[in-house]
Design a binder for this molecule. Structure first.
Ligand code: PEP
Ligand code: MN
Length: 264
């Protein structure tokens, strides 16, 4: 079902009028984690003003260590839904376990599967029947074929609205957090009809690389970008402040991107 051989035309996912996979570039922006109602409201306002269409933010965070901040949970889903509604943005949030799919689907417009969960097959199966579009992140050690097979689980469950996300893979290079695999963008688009979204934030782990790698992703044909932005990155509650853009950088980037592809 994911293969272009059996579905030659591009899949365009229409969410409340925002089309993902067509000619327009979709930008999803926001913090790594929802921290408070005031924080997500302020960031939503900035994402909207910059021209973004989707508010990102994690209410449930897959942290490497069990003692790190794990997200604010269901309260965060509510805060994000309110901010999205108020500022006219779609919302995307990560769902980590099958048990939480229904509640996340109730509050968010798009459900995100994180890199660590790409092959959580029970989760993927549950997402096949959730009724909401899914952004499936590539596992940091997964091949293209493994990513497409993971997408296949969701599609086979009856959900045709899947986006693939390149978020960087593990290589021998340690200067960057991950190596953003730009080739994944055209390869996945050749092999599949599904929209491809690039995540230069996790893909590099460094704020100063987000702008050039966003532009490179768009040049490579990405249908959209998911970018971390924070009003106070140095005090963000996850370690991802170092890769989060300041609001003015985010706005300047979107202005530049508009020259490469229309942002609708
Ligand atoms: C995130 O988007 O904040 C995140 C945890 O991403 P990934 O699963 O790609 O690490
Ligand atoms: Mn993050």
């Amino acid at each position: 079902l994911a293969s272009r051989d059996f579905h030659p035309e591009n899949t365009v996912i229409d969410i409340k009028g925002v089309k993902i996979g067509g000619d327009e570039l979709v930008v999803m922006g926001g913090p790594c984690a929802v921290e408070s109602a005031a924080q997500i409201d302020e960031i939503a306002k900035l994402v909207k003003a910059a021209g973004g269409q989707v508010l990102r933010g994690g209410a449930f965070k897959p942290r490497t260590g069990p003692y790190s901040f794990q997200g604010v949970g269901v309260e965060g889903l509510i805060m994000m839904a309110e901010a999205g509604e108020k500022h006219g943005l779609l919302t995307i949030t990560e769902v980590m376990t099958p048990e939480y799919v229904d509640i996340c689907a109730e509050y968010a417009d798009i459900l995100q599967v994180g890199t660590r969960n790409m092959q959580n097959f029970d989760l993927l199966r549950k997402l096949g029947t959730c009724g909401k579009p899914v952004l499936l992140k590539r596992g940091f050690s997964a091949t293209y074929d493994e990513l497409l097979n993971a997408a296949e689980y969701i599609l086979a469950g009856g959900n045709p609205n899947v986006m693939l996300c390149e978020r960087g893979i593990r290589t021998f290079e340690s200067y960057t957090r991950n190596t953003l695999d730009l080739s994944a963008i055209p390869v996945l688009q050749q092999l599949s009809h599904l929209p491809v979204i690039s995540d230069p934030s996790h893909g590099t782990g460094r704020r100063e690389l987000v702008e050039p790698m966003s532009k490179a992703s768009v040049a490579a044909g990405a249908n959209g970008l998911i970018i971390e932005m924070h009003t106070d990155p140095d005090n963000s509650m996850t370690g991802d402040g170092v890769q989060s853009l300041f609001p003015d950088q985010f706005a300047a980037l979107l202005k530049d991107l508009e020259k490469l592809a229309p942002l609708v």
